[in-house]
Design a protein around this ligand. Sequence first.
Ligand code: GUN
Length: 292
Amino acid sequence: MILLDGKKTSADIKEEIALEVGELKRREKKVPHLAAIIVGNDGASLTYVNAKVKACERVGFESTLIQLPEETTEDELLNEINILNVDNDIDGFIVQLPLPKHIDEQKVLLAVDPAKDVDGFHPENVGRMALNLPTFISATPFGILELLERYEVETSGKNVVVIGRSHIVGSPMSILLSQKRKVGNATVTLTHSRTKNLEEITKEADIIVAALGIPEFLKGDMVKDGAVIIDVGITRVADPSKKSGFRLVGDVAFDEVAEKSSFITPVPGGVGPMTIAMLLKNTLIANKRRNS
Ligand code: GUN
């Protein structure tokens, strides 16, 4: 069994990005600038956004964090988005999700200029992704493709089973892996809560992407020997023995599945760290597109 080490791989990618930023600086070009908007005080969201901003600093990007109070109206948020859309200094920005209930998420995602949509959530970018056109691929699916590529995991002609049909992970992952691309050309089955006989399907899988958000859902007896396992789950489970009061648990029962697998992502340290590296990569791409 080989661990798909997202921590190390993301560090490698960040190092590569930092080298490119160094080169931009040497040539007196503008360095990438990422902005993030967060509305409200959700602990997990604040942690993620702060990690994104810190990662920007580490690779030499500029970053701007816009923290808005929970009671911010939809119009006020749309106004902030418009300011970033027209700000020539900003190459890309994200609006951290989830948003408070009184704000319409679809309206917000539609308001982001697709050229600055480094999350790849705008319907135009999702459509371009589905058509295999140049776009911003969302950080989590992009990170999974990158991990598979760097560990030279063969996907062509393989049976891939994706568990979970979220707009952010399951759905794009199933589309991307079925496409004619370097990491792709797979025969993909997208499964979800209404799927019948899931176990029969997962047992036939060469590669499983577990992205349903149920801790330790995928058990050892659901996978065949030699399968490649990508665990996208990161549920916080109460753990009084930890300083934070919780531990992160994936969608895969790690020990029993790892025994049977050829490659597997750990949680934490697998897919999670890759997402920030790929957000930075998208921001670098946005900067290059804007300045070319
Ligand atoms: N919330 C959870 N994941 C993400 C992400 O990738 N981008 C944004 N904007 N919000 C998130």
